[in-house]
Design a binder for this molecule. Structure first.
Ligand SMILES: Nc1ncnc2c1ncn2[C@@H]1O[C@H](COP(=O)(O)OP(=O)(O)OP(=O)(O)O)[C@@H](O)[C@H]1O
Ligand SMILES: Cc1ncc(C[n+]2csc(CCOP(=O)(O)O)c2C)c(N)n1
Ligand SMILES: [Mg+2]
Length: 324
């Protein structure tokens, strides 16, 4: 069947049939607006990220399930960066008429699989035809107690700068896809990132971090946001950047460029008081997630990058900028 036969409302019904009920949803898909039940004592965190064909993804090298998962993951990553529990989300989608229904079914399969994994319920959205490419816009809602919400402005001189996981993989994966590779670790890090929800929530609820952000635009750019909002500087030791073996094999000449500026790793970058270091290490051992201390917050408002031999490193560019 083609989209023209199913129609807009047939497509919405098809989506609705696969959405499970949730106690936090009084009214979901079907009315003019959804009605949600807030958890007592919590504030709502709300965030929105778009994924556009040719800007964020290329249909010649991404499968619909991964695209569905990634569309939700990038939003869950923003909730994780605030220390929030994911709760609900809205899905806006603009579809070229010729997109096969099978593509939509597989895309929705990916979204709803990721939603179930992270405890988020689809409560509504908007569907329209696109005369350009495919466009996806997700608005995700999460909850946390107000005093635990983690912001970008709390970093203080002397704090340790930490990262989850490894960085640079997603940018290397994009380059690998452009060179014709279609699978492997780097490709999966580009097409199907994992939002660090459990780590973000645990850091907030343990009052372990002073500031946090997710790495969507690259370590340098996103650390820059923490620096600006906190009014501090940073010293990074490049030897401590967490780089995967696959990444190092892909970028043997300059292993730092993509790791610092590539973006889309969706790891968490956060600052901690040095007195909390052993508690944070114990948390990450429990989560079975790699933790790296990559530098220190300083009082002088600049970013210093120190090479393994103690020299200064000048990055070729800053973080990802849509208009840069
Ligand atoms: N068009 C807009 N109108 C109003 N606020 C916006 C708009 N675009 C971005 N913002 C706000 O600006 C802030 C920074 O947005 P930005 O998109 O850089 O953050 P992010 O979602 O963490 O990054 P990324 O999009 O790379 O994942 C957020 O508070 C966001 O809500
Ligand atoms: C086809 C294709 N072209 C380019 C890229 C690279 N890219 C797109 S958006 C972005 C930063 C985060 O976006 P945002 O700030 O909108 O969240 C990056 C690094 C890609 N993934 N696919
Ligand atoms: Mg973010």
């Amino acid at each position: 069947m083609r989209l023209a036969e199913l129609g807009e409302f047939g497509l919405i019904d098809r989506i609705k049939k696969n959405v499970a009920a949730s106690p936090s949803v009084l009214l979901g898909i079907g009315d003019d607006a959804a009605a949600l039940v807030p958890a007592p004592g919590c504030v709502t965190l709300i965030t929105c990220d778009m994924l556009l064909e040719a800007v964020h993804f290329d249909l010649s090298f991404c499968d619909p399930e991964s695209l569905g998962r990634k569309s939700l993951s990038v939003n869950l990553s923003d909730l994780a960066a605030m220390g929030a529990h994911p709760r609900q989300f809205l899905l806006g989608i603009a579809l070229p008429k010729e997109v096969p229904i099978e593509f939509m079914d597989r895309f929705m399969g990916g979204i709803l699989e990721q939603a179930e994994r992270f405890g988020a319920t689809l409560v509504g959205g908007d569907t329209c035809a696109s005369k350009g490419g495919l466009a996806i816009s997700i608005t995700a809602l999460g909850e946390q107690r107000p005093e635990l919400v983690l912001k970008r402005n709390g970093a203080r001189p002397g704090d340790l700068i930490c990262l989850t996981g490894t960085v640079g993989d997603a940018a290397a994966g994009l380059e690998a896809l452009r060179r014709g590779m279609r699978d492997g670790f780097l490709v999966s890090r580009q097409l199907d990132p994992t939002p660090r929800v459990a780590a973000g929530v645990a850091l907030a609820e343990g009052r372990l971090a002073t500031a946090m952000i997710d790495v969507s635009d690259g370590v340098l750019g996103d650390l820059g946001h923490i620096r600006e909002m906190s009014g501090v500087g940073a010293k990074l030791e490049l030897a401590r950047l967490p780089l995967s073996d696959e990444y190092l094999a892909f970028c043997p000449d300059d292993p730092y460029a993509l790791a610092l500026t590539g973006g889309e790793d969706y790891e968490l970058l956060f600052c901690i008081d040095p007195g909390k270091r052993s508690e944070v290490e114990a948390l990450f051992a429990r989560l079975d997630l790699r933790l790296s201390v990559i530098g220190e917050i300083t009082a002088v408002q600049e970013t210093t990058l120190v090479t393994p031999d103690g020299g200064a490193y000048a990055p070729g560019r800053g973080g990802f900028d849509h208009f840069g």
